[in-house]
Design a protein around this ligand. Structure first.
Ligand SMILES: Nc1nc2c(ncn2[C@@H]2O[C@H](COP(=O)(O)OP(=O)(O)OP(=O)(O)O)[C@@H](O)[C@H]2O)c(=O)[nH]1
Length: 374
């Protein structure tokens, strides 16, 4: 085929896997990884592991947060528990996310998919700054979809199903990205019940009514029951914006349907999300510029006012004005910047080597100088 007539390569699609601990995110990432390797021609993805606490991964990540941040050390230094340690480790890693993006963008011509495996601390994507920074940064550079992984066998009770859907809902509204609900572990529990509950709220309400504990001693619906009934109506609107697929990460069932949903999400990203993102970015830049201009103008007018007053009260003072350069100014400037680079381990194999950014540029006599989060 004449290369000049062939279509330009599509940008790689980024799949961000999010889900509760144990839902099967890492197993799912490994399943789609092996599916892409087995394609003809093979299409190995570029994988990022963002879980600092994982001890074993079933795949080899191209960029691994564990090469940069030691979460045990973070826990010790900040006196945090495991959850706080994971969140803080991810916050620290996020300060280097521009480098991560540069490495990913370098591979844009050779890979079709970029996959992010994330920690089970789902709150990272509902309220923490790093979750938003990561999703915004990735989505403003590449077409992106969120794959929300659900542990289907543990979601068969209506109340658990609803709480899982509410989490998914808050992540959707926070990220505003195309979204696929991935009902995992269908080899253990088929996901048809969930599809039925999503498409027919009366079926969900019937399941709720037949569940224990939905009526009080007088036979009246309990508060929780009424609340969940109303919520199911609210969620009905949310379900309209979602694609849902059932997969088994163990057997590979449903993975083709998942990739069909990913391709549909690419279109959704380009027609709906990208224009929104660009509008939001333009507004943000304009607001930032206006704010900077206002601050500058305000500071300048205050400065001029002070100067006029000062000159009037003490006409000789201006002659004594002299700006003294701080002796260790360079040192301070350099210290404020971290001096650690994120590595793409596919390019530089360096087994056993490890950079701890929490300790970089630290001296023995120095106090901990990392800012506490929040
Ligand atoms: N039967 C079955 N088990 C699965 C499937 N996917 C994952 N599992 C099992 O579920 C457990 C958790 O899987 P992981 O992939 O570690 O889950 P995770 O979401 O990455 O967990 P965290 O790292 O704790 O966030 C493991 O025992 C997996 O073998 C599946 O499709 N079917």
């Amino acid at each position: 085929m004449d290369p000049s007539t062939s279509a330009p390569k599509k940008k790689p699609m980024t799949i961000i896997t999010i889900g509760m601990a144990g839902a099967g995110k890492s197993t799912f990432v490994q399943r789609i990884n092996s599916h892409l390797h087995a394609r003809s021609p093979p299409s190995p993805p570029y994988i990022l592991n963002l879980d600092p606490a994982v001890t074993h991964l079933p795949f080899e990540a191209n960029i691994d947060i564990r090469d940069t941040v030691n979460y045990q050390e973070v826990m010790k230094q900040y006196n945090l528990g495991p959850n706080g340690g994971i969140l803080t480790a991810l916050n620290l890693f996020t300060t280097k996310f521009d480098q991560v993006l540069t490495l990913v963008e370098k591979r844009a011509e050779t890979v079709d998919y970029v996959i992010l495996d994330t920690p089970g601390q789902i709150e990272i994507f509902t309220w923490s700054a790093s979750g938003a920074i990561i999703t915004d940064a990735v989505a403003s550079s590449l077409p992106t979809v969120v794959a929300y992984i659900i542990d289907t066998p543990r979601t068969t009770a209506p109340a658990t199903f609803m709480s899982n859907m509410l989490y998914a809902c808050s992540i959707l509204y926070k990220t505003k990205l195309p979204f696929i609900l991935v009902f995992n572990k269908t080899d253990v529990q088929p996901h048809e019940f969930a599809l039925e509950w999503m498409h027919d709220f009366e079926a969900f309400q019937a399941a709720l009514a037949s569940h224990n504990g939905t009526r009080d001693a007088e036979g009246e619906p309990t508060y929780m029951n009424s609340l969940m009934n109303s919520m199911s109506l609210v969620l009905d609107e949310f379900y309209q914006h979602l694609k849902a697929v059932g997969v088994s990460s163990v057997t590979g069932d449903g993975i083709d349907e998942f990739f069909t949903a990913v391709e549909a999400s690419r279109e959704e990203y380009e027609t709906l999300y990208l224009p929104d993102l660009e509008r939001a970015r333009a507004i943000r830049e304009k607001t930032l510029q206006d704010a900077k201009a206002d601050v500058k103008e305000d500071s300048m007018s205050r400065f001029m006012k002070d100067l006029t007053l000062d000159r009037a009260s003490n006409p000789d003072a201006a002659l004594l004005d002299k700006w003294e350069q701080e002796e260790d100014e360079d040192e301070v400037g350099a210290d404020a910047e971290l001096d650690v680079d994120i590595r793409d381990s596919t390019e530089h194999r360096w087994p056993g080597q490890y950079i701890d950014i929490t300790r970089a540029r630290r001296h023995a006599d120095e106090n901990i100088n990392w800012p506490r989060p929040g």
